[in-house]
Design a protein. Structure first.
Length: 327
């Protein structure tokens, strides 16, 4: 199996549970019987591992069989979704062979006439491809990055933190006491070590960011609006791998959220002037703690950057990073 595809499959196994069906030894043979030999090599490799199922809650992979033992419900099959009459009725191009469908009705497939690894997202309403990826590995990596909503990511991370503290300390999460801490998030008075127990709190009210967006002269995109308005927390940190540790700045109150957003924007402009960057915190990479956590509002991704050494580490989506970050 190609290493890039193997890598994203391993990453997917950690977050997708049992939503995909393990293939039997004849799955690829059945796939070829319907779609022919001219199938992207990575798609064949994928179906040697999984024979349909669900990616999160937004995407269904077609199967070579409608029913599978031990799997509840029926799946779309290649026979029904790539039938010539079905394609004609749904305005799907003849050469597009679909292998998955998103909740919004867009299809994911390949052009059999191209003899290439390229994967397309096809909008049946538009009657055309609206996005393309160089191969299946790139497509699945993109889906993984978009796996979590921001509030879900917060809940997953804070749940891991709470479980760890309960297991190893028999307490709620702790932090060193400071007069600057929002007491509404504190659960105890300082103990003999000067620490207090605390808890993250979801924001119940809808927060309008219109005024700060007017001040910035652009809208906040992707994960960023929910990052600023879904949870209050005193601490948000963890490892994304054994060499990379992230420390996000706290968001303690919605009363001053405009000031927080403005200050993080201004801090990023010192390094990336005339950009839509935000400095969300600090990071340590290979023992070097001079990295900042930057959010690119135009691309909806975060990255780490050390301006003194001009070194950059790309991380992808903010929500995915927080959801998979260690506690």
């Amino acid at each position: 199996m190609q290493k890039r595809l193997e890598k994203v499959i391993k990453k997917l196994e950690k977050i997708n549970g049992d939503n995909l069906i393990k293939s039997d030894k004849d799955a690829v043979e059945r796939l070829v019987e319907v779609l022919g030999e001219n199938i992207p090599s990575q798609l064949k490799e994928w179906y040697s591992v999984y024979d349909g199922g669900y990616l999160g809650q937004t995407l269904e992979f077609y199967s070579t069989k409608k029913e599978h033992e031990g799997f509840k419900g029926e799946l779309y099959t290649f026979e029904e979704t790539n039938d010539p009459n079905y394609k004609k009725e749904n305005y799907i191009e003849e050469d597009l062979y679909a292998f998955a469908v998103a909740n919004d009705g867009t299809l994911i497939g390949f052009d059999v006439s191209e003899k290439a690894e390229t994967i397309y997202i096809y909008d049946t309403d538009e009657g055309a491809a609206i996005a393309e990826y160089k191969d299946l590995a790139e497509f699945i990596e993109d889906q993984i990055q978009n796996f979590y909503l921001m509030d879900e990511a917060f809940e997953i991370h804070f749940s891991k933190v709470a479980d760890n503290y309960l297991t190893y300390n028999n307490s709620n999460p702790k932090i060193l006491y400071s007069e600057k801490l929002n007491k509404e998030l504190m659960l105890t008075e300082p103990d003999e070590n000067g620490e207090v127990e605390w808890q993250p709190v979801p924001v119940e009210d809808e927060i309008d960011l219109g005024d700060i967006e007017d001040e910035l002269c652009f809208s906040l995109h992707g994960d960023l609006p929910d990052y600023y308005t879904k949870f209050l927390f005193l601490k948000l940190d963890g490892y994304v791998d054994e060499k990379t540790y992230l420390r996000f700045s706290p968001i303690q109150s919605m009363d001053n959220i405009y000031q927080v957003i403005a200050s993080q924007f201004e801090a990023a402009q010192e390094v990336f002037p005339n950009s839509e960057m935000f400095l969300l915190g600090r990071a340590t990479v290979n023992g070097d703690d001079n990295y900042g956590i930057y959010y690119n509002n135009e691309r909806d991704v975060i990255f780490l950057y050390n301006p003194a050494k001009d070194k950059k580490v790309d991380l992808g989506r903010l929500s995915y990073t927080i959801a998979t970050m260690s506690a």
